[in-house]
Design a protein around this ligand. Structure first.
Ligand code: GLC
Length: 746
């Protein structure tokens, strides 16, 4: 008897010891992610499952405190880590430790055409989000630039799905290498800001799959994005944030994606569709019947008590709930509960240098008549700097991407630092645009007031221009409403504040005029033939002035190329020529007012539309000059016959024929010479950026497979590569084809 009791006691002590010391599976990082997810799920109550899938504050979700499952903290935005806001308000929390590095706009990143810059960008911004202990950064934005009027084009990566996708991949990997999730947005078809909560794009499947999905697919599959954000808009009558076609059929079905879908803030409008439509986390809802703001009663969110009660009443099973919870747990274990994460950093010299490098590499030299640039102290003594955008801080404003930057070097400051001793620099305002410098409680503290009349401002500017050897005009747009800003679109392509007239007057006063256009989207340039040089300088963040001075001085040889077409006017853009922007009044399934926007231009977006209609834009997609010149040799193609189809290697030698080092992006377009369906004249299917010393030649190679040659057959619902002849077109831009070579697919 005694022995058995001793044994039993010993066993009990051992198992107690074991159970005490044994780490629960969900906390054991030696287990697989799925094992941890399943174990955590099995321990959660119904209330805890409901709790984990919706917000508890403006930017956080509660996790499961009882089990030690971390909260999920999100932060904007795609170009820098947003300053802390109050628990349930957009207003500033007035923290003093949350000033960030403001990186260049994503159109600037796209304009580098350099995946290494995307990797550097993602790593840097991910380190800042990690240091701020954020699990999710709400970016990148990869919506296609369908119209130059879209207020958020500056947050996206241009008009071409292939370029946007390729640049998104390395951004995603760079961020997530820090144990911080990206939240790729706004999935999908959020291509305008006007009526952004009620726009209902009418898009056929082929257009959807060939133009509006590829960048998201690349981010999800090749980038491995851990979360996506659904857009505010509708698609085929259902809100994007919980659209069963986008979220269930495509993202989680066809793409077999295991991440979490987060709603846009306030994008959820009912429970049932949110339950069945593939939404996993609800943020920012303004619940019906309750006051907004502090008492926002998160338990009344659509995926909170209404969902819980629905389950208890048998209206919903727990099947969808468990899938949502699994995805949120996966997101949590990959980020907040991942012990192997690096520690991040904020405002480091490395981030400063990355900001300046990406900015300088993204600036596009559109025109340089007579090689007026780079500025040469031997030829130039007096410079007139004119325009509000030479002095206006742009890191504040524009919507949710607005930042509290540690500092911002304006263009004028950057020029003075670089050229102060070389040149006599005078500054003239030229025009008064937006003197407000505040967004959500963040202030620039600039006093931009100027009480001169337009006539006085103009005559002062013209006088300065007359007396100078060269004029550097800094204009374009800013982050105020109806410019480059969220929640409103531009009202036209025309530059605001009478800039066109001012630029004309300045050109008359001094033929050596350089226009530095600061914007995140295309603008009309009626003066393009009159000015000697034009730079497209984006919103470049903290290092704006230094990056611009790097290029104007020639310290950096510009190598950016346009990620979108510079239309002469809106009639060169399919969305306006054929499409029905901003849409026509209609009703959704609940009878609410919406705007149907038939995308009649279909796949003919950007240069695809330009080519189809033989139009001549101000500057074409993919255009960008250098301070040196490049010669392209003859393209050749080698074919490899494979079991799964043919693949092709296209090669082209490129030589630097100038007298200074430079980088050149070589663009590969593919043309299907004979197909059963209408196809674009050509489509971008490759690009490669090479650095060449004077006289140096490198051979650039591209690999092309049958998928690259395919079009999406909506009837078969699959990609189809038809046998026949194709042509590879090697371009310095979409309108500057340097070499062609034919090949055929069996
Ligand atoms: C905004 C934007 C979205 C942002 C979110 C949180 O309305 O559409 O891009 O991340 O709400 O600020």
């Amino acid at each position: 008897m005694k022995l058995t009791r001793v044994l039993a006691t010993t066993l009990a002590l051992c198992s107690a010891a074991l159970s005490f010391s044994a780490t629960p599976v969900y906390l054991d990082e030696s287990k697989t992610l799925e094992e941890r997810v399943e174990d955590a799920l099995s321990r959660m109550t119904l209330e805890e499952k409901i709790g984990i899938i919706h917000a508890q504050s403006k930017f956080s979700a509660p996790g499961v405190p009882r089990l030690g499952i971390s909260e999920i903290w999100c932060t904007d935005g795609p170009m820098g880590v947003r300053p802390e806001v109050l628990w349930d308000e957009w207003e500033q929390a007035q923290w003093t430790n949350d000033s960030c590095t403001a990186f260049p706009s994503l159109t600037c990143l796209a304009a580098t055409w350099d995946p290494e810059m995307a990797a550097l960008y993602g790593k840097s911004i991910g380190e800042e989000a990690r240091f701020r202990n954020k699990a999710v950064i709400l970016g990148p934005g990869v919506n296609i630039y369908r119209t130059p009027l879209c207020g958020r084009n500056f947050e996206y990566m241009g008009e071409d799905p292939y370029l946007s996708g390729k640049m998104a991949i390395d951004y995603v990997k760079g961020v997530q290498g820090n144990g911080v999730a990206v939240c790729v947005k706004h999935f999908a078809l959020n291509n305008n800001e006007i009526n952004r909560h009620t726009s209902n794009p009418i898009v056929d499947d082929r257009t959807l799959y060939e133009i509006y999905l590829p960048a998201f697919k690349a981010a999800a599959i090749d980038g491995g994005a851990w979360s996506f954000m659904g857009g505010y808009n509708l698609f085929r009558g259902e809100h994007a944030s919980y659209n069963p076609i986008l979220m269930n059929d495509i993202l989680k079905g066809e793409w077999n994606w295991d991440g979490a879908v987060i709603s846009d803030w306030g994008a959820v409008h009912d429970t049932e569709t949110a339950v069945t439509g593939g939404l996993d986390m609800e943020f920012g809802s303004w619940t019906n019947g309750l006051t907004n703001g502090v008492s926002n009663a998160y338990d009344n969110y659509w995926l909170a008590n209404p969902y819980l009660n629905g389950i208890k009443e048998g209206k919903f099973s727990e099947k969808e709930l468990d899938d949502k919870v699994r995805r949120v747990l996966r997101l949590t274990f990959r980020t907040a509960m991942n012990r192997n994460r690096p520690w991040g950093s904020m405002g480091s010299d490395e981030h400063r240098d990355a900001c300046r490098k990406i900015g300088a590499e993204g600036i596009v030299l559109l025109k340089n008549q007579g090689n007026l640039l780079p500025l040469d102290p031997a030829k130039v003594k007096k410079i007139a700097v004119i325009g509000e955008n030479a002095i206006k801080m742009m890191t504040v404003g524009g919507g949710s991407s607005s930042l509290k930057a540690r500092y911002e070097v304006t263009p004028l400051e950057g020029l003075k630092r670089r050229f102060g001793k070389d040149f006599d620099i005078v500054y003239e305002r030229g025009y008064v645009g937006d003197t407000l410098g505040e967004y959500n409680g963040v202030k620039t503290n600039q006093d931009l007031r100027d009480f001169r009349t337009v006539e006085q401002l103009t005559s002062d500017a013209v006088k300065a221009a007359k007396e100078a050897d060269i004029v550097l005009y800094f204009g374009g747009l800013n982050k105020s409403d109806h410019q480059d800003a969220e929640d409103s679109d531009r009202l036209s392509m025309v530059l605001p504040y009478g800039q066109d007239e001012l630029i004309e007057a300045i050109c008359k006063a001094n033929k050596n005029t350089v226009v530095v256009n600061i914007s995140g989207t295309g603008v009309a340039m009626p003066w393009a033939d009159k000015v000697q040089a034009i730079l497209q300088a984006w919103y470049l963040g903290n290092e704006t002035g230094n990056a611009i001075a790097d290029v104007l001085s020639g310290d950096v040889n510009p190598s950016g190329k346009l990620p979108y077409t510079y239309y002469a006017d809106l009639m060169q853009c399919g969305a306006h020529k054929l499409g029905e922007y901003p849409g026509t009044p209609a009703k959704d399934k609940f009878g609410n007012d919406i705007f149907d926007i038939p995308y009649n231009e279909g796949i003919y977006v950007g240069y695809r539309f330009i080519d189809k209609n033989n139009l001549k834009p101000t500057f074409p997609f993919g255009h960008g000059l250098s301070y040196t010149t490049f010669k392209y040799g003859k393209a050749t193609v080698d074919k490899t016959e494979g079991v799964k189809g043919d693949s092709f290697t296209v090669s082209v030698p490129v030589t630097n024929t100038g007298n200074r080092e430079g980088k050149e992006t070589v663009e590969l377009f593919i043309s299907d010479l004979k197909s059963s369906v209408d196809r674009p004249v050509k489509e971008l299917k490759g690009f490669s950026k090479v650095s060449l010393a004077p006289g140096e030649t490198k051979t650039v190679t591209f690999s092309v497979n049958e998928y690259d040659l395919s079009f999406f057959d909506a009837d078969k619902h699959e990609w189809v590569c038809e046998p026949g002849d194709f042509e590879a077109l090697i371009g310095a831009s979409s309108a500057d084809i340097r070499s062609k070579v034919k090949f055929s697919v069996r």
